[in-house]
Design a protein around this ligand. Sequence first.
Ligand SMILES: [Zn+2]
Length: 380
Amino acid sequence: MKKIAIAAIERTTDLSQRSTDPAVVFFKGPVPTSLREFSTKALHSILSVREARHIAEALDAETHLLKGPRGLVGALASIGANFCQDHTFEIIAYRTRENIGTTRRMVSHDSVRRMDAMLRGLTFNNVDHETGRVLICPHGPDPVLLGIRGEDPASVVKAFSQIEIDEPIERVMIFKTNQGTDAHLSCYRKIETLRPYQSTVIAGVVSGAPWVLRGGHVIFRTGDETGSVDCAAYRATGPLRETTLQLVPGDSVTVSGGIRPRPLGELTLNIEKLEVTGLVETVRMENPSCSNCGTRCESMGKGQGFRCRKCKVRLAKTSRIQKLEHRKITLGVYLPPPRTHRHLTKPASRNGIHRHTSFETYNATIDQTLESLASISIAS
Ligand SMILES: [Zn+2]
């Protein structure tokens, strides 16, 4: 089995790609706590190759490197992955060799939309509903024809069987994954401990009014008792961006996302999820109404009082009235549209779902799943 695994990696890896750095790790026995912790940390922190090497040696894991050592981090982390809190499945169909490299995929978008309507709730992020864009096909030269994400193996196979495909399929595989689970957004941090490339959650208070950068991105500053950080809603995040524009200093927020470095050591939190947990009251100052006729008075000048244009009644400058403004946002969770999601972002359609189903449960439907799989025609 080891020989087959290594040969498969060697056969399918394009080592000429600069960012390709595969590794194979074999580990026998129950997963120790140290590897679990390493895996959890890989979801929201930066791990060094040195740490990965150290843990591989300590656990006596068998490692195979094809090029550099970077792949060790991901290989070890995937062995230690914990799916107890939540998980999803993805069915991936691969392209045949002659089609790899072409960017157009012969997949009927109408059939994807029909499948989405039919299996909504059991699959997710098939289509971006705001734009109608199909999200299951990548656009690059990679070997993936399409990938459908869903709640269980039977559902993703059923979804796949609904898609009209007009090019040969090299193979189909089903993966148990942490996509769509927010697994990377599990670590609450104080602002002073933020470092570049972490994924994090911070709870704080808006400390500066939002402003719009050239290009349309919105930035607002959020602080906690340890410091403050700029939070960014990119233009592509659409409705999320609109929400952030409505924030005012004093509002309470919980912000999740990735930390990016800026020049001069400053950091930005790229918002993947925004929860508005408290809204302050905002007031607008208005000129008083005339005590005689009820008409809105006019100001007699800066620092002066007010006067009714009709009756000439005068009112003191202290008579200005505070009017409570209607806040255009409500408490709640705001997410960017699916087209801008990172792989792990939990979509709104999975709200409240925490899947800790055991494999035995899936086994109950395995015959049906295998039968559906067998009906998929694979290029020989
Ligand atoms: Zn009047």
